[in-house]
Write a protein that binds this ligand. Structure first.
Ligand SMILES: [Zn+2]
Ligand SMILES: [Zn+2]
Length: 300
């Protein structure tokens, strides 16, 4: 019997409503799927986020080196780990970081990974005017395309803080998807009609930042053991695998790329690939497949 979405009235046979992402109840909503698509994503912030929050950081070499370790030292270790496991990933890179590390961007793209948009100087859109936001979108795309020769299809908002007009501005510029919202465990449509985009949802629990960042000046004084994070992420993966959802992990090279943590990520990848029905995909491929499979569910 087809399900009817209680939220948007889409009707069909599925665990998640493809229009709005709501979970559709049935006696077996939560068992028997035993399949999962894994999206490994890396936000290559470098020191851009710190400088955006406090421009004085540009003249504080110690603080800067904390972030700059990401694109310079950590990315090569991460690329080696991904190559060893033979899995693709998506990298979201602020234009400011790309300008300073063009060889890193090229190396990521040459390895077959996706390059996505992540602002210019890591500006959360909610802090910008619509004009400024449009300018940052254009500037970031121009820089990334200038390096890779490829158009940019996906956007991840710095700090996961979209504004009211972000989705509209993205749609006008031909973006295929956004990955900054927390509304589901599977892709869904956001916006409507011509400006509808695919959303690939994220969440703080599947992000390395809350577990690992030690920043005494910001009052952050705890660092989790890699084993703690590994078991937390495995538990989330196991449940999403059972439900037939998408496991989207958000990481930052300057955080996950430190010794002891890359090895944890490699163990997690081996664990996930040992399970039946698990596919590793780039975000853009998941979103393109969703858009073509579920074009009929696109909100009008
Ligand atoms: Zn719905
Ligand atoms: Zn970021």
């Amino acid at each position: 019997m087809p399900q009817v979405c209680p939220h948007c009235h889409w009707s069909g046979d599925r665990r998640f409503c493809p229009a709005c992402g709501a979970a559709l109840w049935s006696p077996d909503t939560d068992k028997g799927a035993a399949e999962c698509t894994v999206v490994l994503s890396f936000d290559v912030d470098g020191s851009s986020g710190m400088i955006n929050r406090d421009p004085r950081v540009e003249h504080r070499p110690s603080a800067r080196s904390f972030g700059d370790y990401g694109p310079t030292v950590a990315v090569p270790h991460i690329l080696t780990a991904l190559a060893r496991a033979n899995v693709p990933a998506s990298f979201y890179i602020p234009g400011w970081v790309a300008e300073r590390n063009p060889a890193t961007v090229e190396r990521i793209a040459t390895a077959g990974h996706e390059i996505g948009h992540h602002g210019y100087l890591h500006e959360p859109p909610a802090t910008l005017s619509a004009e400024e936001e449009a300018e940052v979108l254009d500037q970031g795309s121009e820089i990334l395309t200038g390096i890779t020769g490829q158009p940019v299809a996906g956007y991840r908002s710095p700090s996961w803080e979209l504004s009211d007009v972000s989705l509209q501005l993205m749609a006008e510029r031909g973006f295929r998807y956004d990955s900054s919202l927390m509304g589901s465990d599977a892709p869904y449509w956001v916006g409507a009609g011509e400006s509808a985009l695919v959303e690939l949802p994220i969440h703080w629990a599947l992000d390395d930042y809350p577990y690992f960042v030690f920043a005494p000046t910001d009052g952050r004084r705890l660092q989790a053991a890699p084993e703690h994070v590994e078991s937390t992420w495995k538990a989330a993966f196991d449940e999403l695998h059972r439900r037939g959802a998408i496991f989207t992990l958000t990481m930052h090279p300057y955080i996950i790329g430190r010794p002891g943590r890359v090895a944890m990520l490699e163990r997690l990848i081996q664990y996930m690939r040992s399970k039946p029905g698990v596919t590793f995909s780039r975000a853009v491929d998941v979103c393109n497949a969703f858009a073509s499979d579920w074009s009929s569910a696109k909100p009008g």
